[in-house]
Design a protein around this ligand. Structure first.
Ligand SMILES: Cc1cc2nc3c(=O)[nH]c(=O)nc-3n(C[C@H](O)[C@H](O)[C@H](O)COP(=O)(O)OP(=O)(O)OC[C@H]3O[C@@H](n4cnc5c(N)ncnc54)[C@H](O)[C@@H]3O)c2cc1C
Length: 459
């Protein structure tokens, strides 16, 4: 006997719980299934715990710079990793509990714990129960990719998930992968007191960003004593006298790095291989991402895929926006689409990088005439008042429409300031709107009009 619901939601990440709330408010009965921790990646092993750790690392960093700000710290600043982890656990645990309590408190929402597998396009099996619904929403997220590197089975390694259990200071942390996740861990562990080496296969860090942005981030990290090795074409792992040896074969470095711990931060894999998608007839691409249309409907009528598992975003805000699109279209007769949203994200190093829209290279590829303006953070008064002058601001605009095409704010407050430009992009207003606005002094945002006064043709 199967249990019937109006809707089934698989996964309690960033889209599933708010969707459950909206569906029951609209009078539906909902079953929501979670196999591990309520709240998914962001709450338990992603955004919340890492930004909590970044905050601890930042505090330690500022304390070490005490003399610059006019105060003394008696003795060395030493990080107590057990307390750092306890703070992180407390903050992330609160969110995890909050998600669970909210779901359990919803009328007409049945919370089921266990691994969900499709039995057909309308039925899902969890434990020994068969659940049935005409509408099924997949929100299963992803996990750290573990590529078949040579020697991978012979050594123990960490991922973003197992890093959450670390309550000690790794003497030398080697991070394989110089992208967003890897860089955040690199800087925080360096600031906690570890020796840190980043090994990146590509020619530069955060390879999706423009070269100037990528080079400035590298410079910032190297100034803190982080070693960066790029062009590591043949990464291999081996045990070596109780330590881990990572073979790199870089153009510009030694052939092997010896460290105490290795963190793999080389991308994400969608949690779709053990979902029985074939039984439901749901199509995926070669990497396992569920294929969806612009309104997040899969190829099977009545089944939607939201969040990281659809490959249309890799962030909490994209997963949440997926929920908003599906809920509005389903319940309010909306016509919202994924293609309406503008790319936006941040790298939460210190200083952070706020990004929106296209990069220079994407603009060049698009073939349109554009203007670009760049400005160093060292000339921003709020930055030098705070003693945080590293980074740059860059804005690109369309030469004809005068609309903003993209921006990078790598500097103190960059993760917040970027929203000024993002919202003007959503408004499809010309950049002159920002240029003529009166901003508050002293802020980083007050310099946006100044930056825009430097526009010149994008070469
Ligand atoms: C280290 C790190 C830092 C990050 N920092 C940021 C950041 O600062 N800002 C940002 O926007 N994004 C960040 N992200 C990305 C962000 O965490 C994800 O994009 C977001 O959590 C995706 O949400 P989701 O709803 O798609 O899936 P998830 O949050 O991954 O949730 C999926 C849920 O589904 C469950 N599940 C999977 N399969 C099944 C099954 N078969 N049956 C039942 N349940 C199942 C899982 O257990 C999980 O709870 C970070 C990611 C990492 C790894």
């Amino acid at each position: 006997m199967s249990k019937h619901f109006d809707a089934i939601i698989i996964g309690t990440g960033q889209a599933g719980p708010p969707l459950a709330k909206r569906l029951v408010a609209a009078g539906m009965t909902v079953a929501i299934i979670e196999r591990h921790k309520f709240g998914g990646t962001c709450v338990n092993t992603g955004c919340i715990p890492t930004k909590t750790l970044v905050a601890s690392a930042y505090a330690a960093h500022v304390a070490r710079r005490g003399a610059e700000y006019g105060f003394n710290v008696n003795g060395d600043v030493r990080v107590d990793m057990k307390r750092v982890k306890a703070r992180k656990d407390e903050i992330s645990g609160r969110s995890n509990k909050g998600v669970e309590e909210q779901l359990r408190g919803l009328r007409n929402c049945t919370v089921v714990e266990g691994h969900a597998r499709f039995q057909s396009s309308r039925t899902v099996v969890v434990n020994d129960d068969v659940l049935e619904a005409d509408k099924i929403f997949i929100n299963v997220g992803g996990r750290a990719s573990v590529p078949p590197l040579k020697g991978i089975d012979e050594v123990s390694f960490l991922t973003n998930s197992s890093m959450m259990d670390v309550d000690f200071l790794p003497p030398h942390l080697i991070i394989v992968g110089g992208s967003y996740v890897g860089l955040e861990f690199a800087q925080m562990y360096r600031r906690f007191g570890s020796e840190v080496t980043i090994i990146e296969m590509g020619p530069r860090l955060i390879g999706r960003e423009d070269e100037d942005v990528s080079a400035t981030v590298r410079d910032i990290l190297e100034k803190e004593g982080i070693r960066v090795l790029v062009n590591a074409k043949c990464i291999s792992l081996a045990k070596h006298d109780g330590r881990t040896a990572v073979g790199v074969k870089c153009d510009d470095g030694p052939p092997e790095v010896l460290g105490s711990h290795v963190l793999l931060a080389v991308g994400r894999t969608p949690n779709t291989n053990d979902l029985g998608l074939d039984r439901a007839g749901v199509a995926t691409d070669q990497r396992g991402y569920i294929l969806v249309d612009d309104q997040l409907q899969t190829n099977v009528v009545g089944i939607w895929a939201l969040g990281d598992c659809n490959g249309r975003g890799a962030f909490t805000h994209t997963a949440y926006n997926d929920y908003e699109i599906v809920a509005d279209n389903l319940l309010n007769g909306g016509h919202r689409r994924v293609s309406d949203r503008i790319q936006a994200y941040a790298l939460f190093t210190d200083p952070p990088l706020g990004r929106c829209g296209m990069t220079d290279s994407e603009i060049r590829k698009s073939g349109r005439a554009a203007l670009v303006a760049k400005y160093p953070m060292s000339r921003v008064s709020r930055a030098f008042e705070k003693g945080e002058t590293q980074g740059l601001m860059k804005i690109c605009v369309d030469a004809e429409t005068k609309q903003i095409l993209g921006a990078a704010i790598l500097g103190t407050g960059g993760d917040e300031v970027i929203h000024v430009l993002l919202d003007v992009m959503y408004a499809k207003a010309p950049y002159t709107l920002v240029q003529r606005a009166m901003h508050i002094h002293p802020t980083v945002a007050e310099y946006l009009p100044t930056v825009l006064s430097k526009l010149e043709p994008l070469a």
